[in-house]
Each structure stands twice: as C-alpha cells, then as structure tokens.
Design a binder for this molecule. Sequence first.
Ligand SMILES: *Cc1c(COP(=O)(O)O)cnc(C)c1O
Length: 355
Amino acid sequence: MELKIELNSNKKQKPQPGQKLGFGKIFTDHMFIMDWDKGLGWHDTKIVPYGPIEMYPTATCLHYGQEVFEGLKAYRTPNGEVTLFRPEENFKRMNASCDRLCIPNFDEEFLLEALKELVKLEADWIPNDEGASLYIRPFIFGVEEALGVHPSSKYKFVIILSPSGAYYDSGLDPVKIYVETKYVRAVQGGTGAAKTGGNYASSLKAQDEAEKEGYSQVLWLDGVHRKYIEEVGAMNVFFVLGDEIVTPKLQGSILPGITRKSAVEMLKSWGMNVSERLLSVDELVDAYKNGNLKEAFGTGTAAVISPIGELKYDGLVMNINNGEIGPISQKLYDNLTGIQFGKLEDPFGWTVVVK
Ligand SMILES: *Cc1c(COP(=O)(O)O)cnc(C)c1O
C-alpha cells in the first residue's frame, strides 16, 4: 500500500520546555487516516493535516458503538533516538479487538511502517522534559450511512499524536482504589478483552461514584460470582502476597495489557515467583488480615506502574505498605521506564527504533 503525505502548511506552536502538558490535551500537526469500504478493503492511506473528520449523522459508530482503539507512546532517548515500546503488540491486540467488534482486520506490518512515518514527521513534538512522551492513539470506527443494526460497510482508521507530560509530577504517588460491588465491567463472552469505547462508557458511572468517595479508580470483580479480582479502570492489577506476585489470569473478560505482559516477563527474568491465576477478594482480605498483603499496583501504558496505597472493600479500608510504594513496584517502574526511555539496556528486544 502506498502512503500519501499532505504536509500541513499551517503549523501550530509546539509546547515550550517545562510547560505543563497534562494528558491528551494537545495534538500535533498531522494525523494518519485510511478508509475501508466493502469490495475495496483498506485504501486511501495517507498522512494529512490534523483536523475535523467529516461524517454523516447516521455513521454507525455514533449509534451502536462499533469502535476500537489503542494507546502507546513514542520516547526520546538520551542519545536523541526516537523509539516505540512493543508497538507490534498494540497492532496485534487491535486486530483482536477488531475481530470481536466485527471490524475488518488490517495489515499490522504496514500500520507499523505508517506509524513510524507519522512519528518521524512529528518527532519535534516529542517533549524533552523528564518522563514526558508522545502519546499515540490509533482508533477505528464504523461510518456507514445506515441505521440498521449490522456491522458497518465503511470504516475509518485514524492515528493522532499528543505530547503528554510525566504521569507523576513528584515521584510515584500511591492511589486509593475502591473495590466495586454494585456495578460490573465485563463478563466472559462479552467485550472485556477488547479495547473498545463501550467498555469505558459503561464504567463511567462506577468511576464517578468512586471519585465522589475520594477514590481515584475502581477495582472490578468478575461479573458472575462478584468474587474474583479482574482489573482496575484502565490498568491491570498485581498483588504481592507473601513471596508470590499474583495477577488475575486472562479469561476473556480482562484487557490483556502489554505493560502487564512486560511486567510478568520481567519479574520471571528476575527469578521471581509470579502467578497468573484466579484471586478472590476473600483471599486478598485474608492476606491483608494476616499481614501478607505486601504491595499492590496497577500496570498500564499511561502510568506504567501505579502503586495502590489503599483499597476499600465492603466497608473495610485496607492500608497497603503504609500508603507507600513497595520495593517490587519501584523496581518494576525503574526498569520498565528505564528501557522505555532508553536509559537502560533492553535485554528483551522490546524497543523499536523509529529514527
Ligand atoms: C489499555 C488498558 C489496559 C492497559 O493496557 P496496556 O497495554 O498495558 O496499556 C488495562 N485495562 C484496560 C481496560 C485498558 O483499556
């Protein structure tokens, strides 16, 4: 496939060094876009000036939520290289999400090359500030002009880029998490393992109520037994129970995080005892009461490692490691971000150099 490039003649001012960027508020000058039509497949692949997308009010994504997305980052290393972290995993997962949502698959290798072109073109937008990076958001949505409920016959695949600040302003700050007992996020057979907007739409109510109680996110329990731990809002979750590090196993209702996978691989490479298994909230409470719940943390592209300092379940407030970051969370954070930002050797071969 050919990639056409239409340069933006009206470039925006880039953020100043030291400027507070936040997350996902500023967008670069260009975006990638391609279309899918029945009979034509994916076509018209191009990089164009960032701007609004025209579609009809009937576009199927607006009515029935046929949409998938991804999230990854581009980093600037100390020697001036621009890199991506395991991007092939994102495109592989995106195609798996497409399968679940009846969206046509795309050529992962082509998309990786197109993404590299886009990032190369926008490399000056990668912030130089400590811990800052260029957030990459690929997404696909159905745009057929029809109200019938069936898979769309037209799609758009778009990639936009957003310079984003370090997740933590002042060191790793443990978060307070509310164990959700009223709402559920996903069930086996549902869309929990797909990265699709609908999962987020249906989680907002729980998130909203947890925030009103002073918690930053919710920890979901399985939708059937309301017993087994699944994941946190937009992160997978790990617990250090004695000398075992446990993360819920992937059974179709949990998002298979790339940070989760990397953390498991890294912990194993250090010879640590990591298990992907069922973990009930009762086991967690018992471990807490016995003094065996040593650490808890979330994993995801945005925060990388997010230590959990407090969990509230059914009236019980569990204070973990005195609300401080534990040694395993800290070691994982240092090593993962060290590899991502090119400050440490990458013995795993996770880094992809763009330029
Ligand atoms: C994206 C996401 C994650 C984290 O996945 P990473 O690949 O590690 O960024 C975890 N849970 C949900 C629901 C997500 O959408």
